[in-house]
Design a binder for this molecule. Structure first.
Ligand code: DC
Length: 276
């Protein structure tokens, strides 16, 4: 599993912080350039090691379109963590199966999918605009996996035991070194049951359908609101009632209904939970 992370912004941020520190050190202690560099280098190394050790995993679960990815991406950016959209992984497997003709409106060829599952390569890369994109066997499929057809296929395919087993294995591998914010349905319950912070997001179906509708319109599609709402309710039902890892709130997860809350308020609230 390859997860590339854009480091340019972080380097820029650290460099600006360093310049600020250097100016303060020079005026307060009258240090020369070499001494300032030495002090800053040691301080940065100690701080980086401290932050590395303090890294945690954050699980963000909840229903479709309730803003999980917005808060998960925001947290990953603020904390300089890796963000993983686990739903994109299920969508990618669904897209692969659709392309192969193994996933139709009425049937799933589980035998063929089972044989191929471990050879399907899913990876994430950050593009020039800082947005994470999903790749299937090195082909950028970010737009293709966001259609209603693939969403519906992902919901059906995610109920299959061997699909979940393989993707959970890959997700746990990514989280081994900590410093990951992952969103999905079973992150706090199955993937990272020991996650140091678990969030469970909710919002009314109508609010969520409106968000999804707006996203599709922004992408140039021409969706029907009632279809979007129906698709979302069907997926909610399937996600919560399937026998394999159904969606539910982990006992130690903190619930947030974000129907009327801005993203900045949500991020501030979540950061407070990490650094009270
Ligand atoms: O979050 P999303 O809408 O992109 O997810 C697509 C489908 O994948 C959704 O119907 C539920 C499923 N899914 C899952 O079962 N477990 C996850 N950890 C993430 C997504």
């Amino acid at each position: 599993m390859v997860v590339e992370k854009g480091g340019k912004t972080e380097i820029k941020r650290l460099s600006l912080n360093k310049i600020g520190c250097a100016l303060r050190l020079r005026s307060a202690y009258h240090l020369g350039k070499t001494q300032i560099n030495l002090v800053l280098h040691s301080a940065c190394t100690i701080f980086a090691k401290y932050m590395e050790k303090k890294k945690i995993n954050i699980a963000v679960d909840g229903f479709s379109s309730c803003g999980k990815s917005t808060i998960a991406k925001g947290l990953a950016k603020k904390l300089n963590y890796i963000y993983i959209d686990s739903g994109a992984m299920y969508r990618t497997i669904a897209l692969y199966a659709i392309k192969k003709g193994w996933l139709t409106e009425t049937e799933i060829d589980e035998m063929s999918l089972k044989k191929a599952i471990s050879s399907i390569k899913i990876s994430f890369k950050t593009n020039a605009e800082g947005q994470q994109e999903t790749f299937l066997n090195d082909e950028n499929v970010e737009n293709e996996i966001r259609t209603l057809e693939v969403a519906d296929g992902a919901s059906r395919i995610s109920a299959i035991g061997f699909v979940r087993k393989e993707l959970v294995r890959q997700q746990q591998e990514i989280g081994r070194k900590k410093g990951v914010v992952m969103d999905g349905r079973d992150i706090g319950t199955v993937v990272f049951p020991d996650a140091e912070l678990k969030l469970f997001l909710t919002a009314s179906p109508e609010v969520r359908a409106k968000r999804r509708f707006d996203e599709l319109v922004a992408k140039g599609e021409n969706p029907n609101f009632e279809d979007v709402l129906k698709n979302l309710k069907e997926r909610d039902l399937r996600d919560t009632t399937r026998s394999e890892s159904p969606l539910y709130k982990a006992d130690d997860a903190i619930e947030l209904d974000n129907s009327d809350v801005t993203i900045e308020e949500q991020l501030e609230w979540a950061i407070q939970k990490i650094y009270p």
